[in-house]
Design a protein around this ligand. Structure first.
Ligand code: ZN
Ligand code: FE
Length: 267
């Protein structure tokens, strides 16, 4: 199935190409040129570009996991385009290694994206920020966050805090459709959060209509995502109860660590 365009403005559409079970390959285009983020599979991207008669201008990559990079070499070869990716990770076919402080300019689309280092899920994970949008891979999810595969809890917490401090209306384009399951966990952390209940109803309605729950916004994540709410009394209380210990007051990283652990075996 194909999702309809999510309008950014009159110029650029940002569309998710579904891949594998629950990945989204976000595609920015102006009806002529396109950029894809984290193409884990080349086939659905090639099909989409063909159908819509789009010319690929560049590939962006957030981290080295296979479901994000698996299609890069084929696409780079077929379309002969630059591939931007994290400088601290080893990813085949990257032509432009980028990191904190760099910017990626895509002349065909007239856009410029800033690069942020957001380690934790992987050691070299990066995000792309621009046009009021952030492409954050597997770091911040709709109502959740990525697993700790390579970094420390403190690193991931710090990375998430950086994202949380972006303007509230920044749209969050993450790479997986995990929102509904994440909301179930969030409700266990914070059953009293009315906005969370609203978000659950909204997400259910979107999924029932075959639509993605993304993008969300930084404001919505701040209001409902437990991993951004490590200073909320109810979140702390439930994290403590679950971990069976009392956490030192004011230790956000300890709360975050307990939440991340809890989520790992929550079902
Ligand atoms: Zn990943
Ligand atoms: Fe992933």
């Amino acid at each position: 199935m194909e999702y309809s365009s999510l309008k950014y403005d009159t110029m650029l559409d940002i569309v998710p190409i579904p891949a594998f079970q629950d990945n989204y390959i976000w595609t920015l285009h102006d009806r002529q040129h396109a950029v894809v983020v984290d193409p884990g599979d080349a086939a659905p991207v090639r099909a989409y570009l063909d159908t819509h008669k789009l010319k690929l201008a560049a590939i962006l990559c957030t981290h080295h996991h296979h479901d994000h990079v698996g299609g890069i070499c084929e696409l780079a070869q077929v379309y002969n385009v630059p591939v931007h990716g994290p400088q601290h990770e080893n990813i085949p076919c990257i032509s432009h290694a980028v990191g904190e402080g760099d910017a990626v300019a895509i002349a065909e689309l007239g856009i410029r994206l800033e690069v942020l280092d957001i380690p934790g899920h992987t050691r070299g994970h990066i995000a792309y920020l621009g046009m009021g949008a952030v492409f954050c891979g597997d770091t911040l999810f709709g109502c959740g966050c990525g697993r700790l595969f390579e970094g420390t809890a403190a690193q991931l917490h710090h990375s998430l805090q950086r994202l949380a401090h972006l303007p509230g209306d920044t749209r969050v384009y993450c790479a997986h459709e995990y929102t509904e399951a994440n909301i179930r966990f969030a409700l266990a952390c914070e059953p009293g959060n009315a906005l969370l209940k609203q978000r659950q109803a909204d997400a259910r309605a979107l999924r029932a209509a075959g639509q993605p729950t993304l993008p969300s916004t930084i404001a919505l994540e701040r209001a409902t995502n437990p991993f951004l709410r490590c200073t909320e009394a109810e979140v702390i209380r439930n994290a403590e109860r679950q971990a069976g210990l009392e956490l030192a007051p004011g230790n956000e990283v300890a709360v975050f660590t307990a939440l991340r652990e809890w989520k790992n075996h929550f079902s």
